[in-house]
Design a protein around this ligand. Sequence first.
Ligand code: NAD
Ligand code: GLY
Length: 357
Amino acid sequence: MRTQRVNVGKGYDVKIGKGLLTQCGGEVAGVLGPCSIAVVTDANVGGLYLERCLTSFEEAGIRATAFTFPAGEGAKTLSTLSDILEALASSGLTRADGVVALGGGVTGDMAGFAAGCYMRGVRFVQLPTTLLAAVDSSVGGKTAVDLRAGKNLAGLFHQPSLVLCDTDCLNTLPEAEYQCGLAEALKTGVLSGEGLFRLFEEGTARQYTEEIIAHCVEYKAGVVERDEKERGERKLLNLGHTVGHAIELCSGYTILHGLAVAAGLAVIARASARLGWSAPATALRIEGALKKSSLPITTNYSPSELSKAALSDKKREMNNITLAIPCEIGACALRTVGVGELEGIIAAGLPPLEGAR
Ligand code: NAD
Ligand code: GLY
């Protein structure tokens, strides 16, 4: 088992390894002390892992209740949040108790939001079951639901007290969901440098899942420790997400988050190269690594559709939007552009590069 400390607020451990779910009761009791727990999960994950999780709490002498919602991004709404909050209240959860998010990023974002606002904030624990949640969303304390106007438009920062990533859970992950996690990890490779990125370029990433999770968590922990509330450096973690979120919104959330981010990453890499903000070789390498990982490198939505959708993005401030730009592998920068420029930037980034493998 590997442990990464995240020194934000009171600080918390991210534990990564096999079989952690069967030990979650003892692990949670060790951090939260005597308390009751409300487990929040979606229908798919609940069917696979809820019983194992509840058994572990029972064995640790912790009273645990459960709330299950329909799986998928379509359920990441104020309405589901309201149902979760009502369930917490009905279960008699007090300020001394805790919420456990058992699932992927949708579950983690919503359960974390509920924990952050229930009784003005109760503690919560993340049990990520997707690769995407393991490498990214379970760490750092961003929580949210989607609004009709766009992704994650209502939310708050609320750090977990513990993250337990049981890598055995990834064995049941559908292939497309595994790909989504690879896309967010590849994004971290572009940010963090050659070591991780080369695994994608060489097509060997799948052989190193646990190492990749540990690397991504270590990198993200550093960024979040320096800039918890996304005043500056943390905006780099949004690499590929401005166009990625726009693709998701345009598709009515039928295109999965990670796959949209992969295409968004390729678009911004090519746009940066064509607009002279980065060396063309960087875009070529990113496009090549995405292709090698069987990830999408473009989208059929038009620059006009995408820029309109992107204008509802949280990264917009007044008439500007800040984009994360991949200058080199391991060297990304923030660039603030006018919202009127966005359509042209996206247009520059849409056509794939000639010669990409
Ligand atoms: P998800 O939570 O919807 O999970 C994807 C699908 O996999 C669901 O159908 C789920 O039921 C199923 N699933 C989960 N674990 C499984 C398992 N072990 N076996 C079988 N099926 C399983 O989606 P996701 O890709 O994990 O997360 C995407 C969400 O995360 C988006 O809403 C995105 O905005 C958010 N996100 C948040 C952050 C953050 O920092 N908070 C970062 C990145 C993404
Ligand atoms: N996933 C981006 C962030 O946590 O900041």
